[in-house]
Design a protein around this ligand. Sequence first.
Ligand code: DCS
Length: 481
Amino acid sequence: MAPKGLDYELLNENVKKVQYAVRGELYLRASELQKEGKKIIFTNVGNPHALGQKPLTFPRQVVALCQAPFLLDDPNVGLMFPADAIARAKHYLSLTSGGLGAYSDSRGIPGVRQEVADFLLRRDGYPSDPELIFLTDGASKGVMQILSTIIRGPSDGILVPVPQYPLYSAAISLFGGTLVPYYLEETANWGLDVNDLRNAVSQAKSKGITVKAMVIINPGNPTGQCLSEANLSEILRFCYQEGLVLLGDEVYQQNIYQDERPFISSKKVLMDMGPPYSKEVQLVSFHTVSKGYWGECGQRGGYFEMTNIPPKTVDEIYKVASISLSPNVPAQIFMGLMVNPLKPGDISYEQFIRESKGVLESLRRRARIMTDGFNSCRNVVCNFTEGAMYSFPQIRLPPKAIEAAKSAGKVADVFYCLKLLEATGISTVPGSGFGQKEGVFHLRTTILPAEEDMPAIMESFKKFNDEFMEQYEDHKGYSRM
Ligand code: DCS
């Protein structure tokens, strides 16, 4: 019989090329083991609530009232909900055209986009135009919307950091473009060297690829570094010289665990640089409700802001967004609440601050426990997690382990992570899923397990690693740094 429409051999080849390690082989094996009754610690996804982080009370109260507006008519509503939550729910309902069950404008509710613009003005000190802000179902959808608009075919290149979060490699494959890697330097605290960027672009050009965009992830995933203002302005100058649009993935802007380099947005640095840069460099920045002390991954809320993007292009992006009718409306309310939080004097303010500070301070301690735990192993080297939600230690593997992996038909870090999973239940993602230099091995784990469980997890990791090394170590040294 001739193959039918959705038969594998007839599928879009780009779909087959997509790889997404965060939910890859390790995750599938972990899910199997869980079904068999083994206790699994899922540190493969930055999914805070799945690892016990409690939702912030106030936003949930507001959205609960928006979801069940009949409660607002109940004479006892004031006994169940604080007055500021009631007022906020009424505010958001008044911005919708028929409550949470109605589609919104395809760019998102205008009133919420205005709240995002007000937030950006407060954050950066520069006005922001709500017409250039689109609300999305998580940052992922926004990134995909923009990449699909940019990529015409395999000769369009996108500069992507390596290691990178595989949304970028996966989406570029899906849309049939070409990923042009630039390497972050592990020994320089995952910094980036603009000369490497120039080399990457000229190498791509020599292969007939037009580089059109550059992605930065700040703070980095999986690498955790926070870019300095000087670094950001070098990057923006480079984008100006090369005519690239900068895609600034800033979803971890609340997750900062050091005080030397607070988060600074690409938009602020660009505006501070003044003309011609501030008038000409094209920038799209992304944010989400999934990270920070919100961690509301399941709500699927995000936005992107466009700077110096021509109006005709904005219209095209709007047109394509319209095909999906409307971003998720409850998530838009979460976004509104995130960018327009409670203020001193509000009834729920103290509780909100207590809850949000509690999450961030604990994450800061967990980042430290994890990095120190990894660095206490003789063959593991780990940069401190300055930001984001991950630890990305380098595991230096002895030749015998690399050989054993080869015989098992596995990449060496996949082999190591599978053994770790079987021995301890800790489900990580091998470094190869994010890209890494040849012959160098890593794993990624989130810093999200409960703080009280952290010492036991690190102990269990160390015990596994010691036993692994005992089994495979010989005296021929390790894989290189
Ligand atoms: N950008 C980066 C750098 C991310 O790490 C993630 C999610 C996203 C965008 C998309 O998030 P939302 O679509 O939820 O807004 N990070 C994944 C990860 O590495 N682990 O968990 C999810």
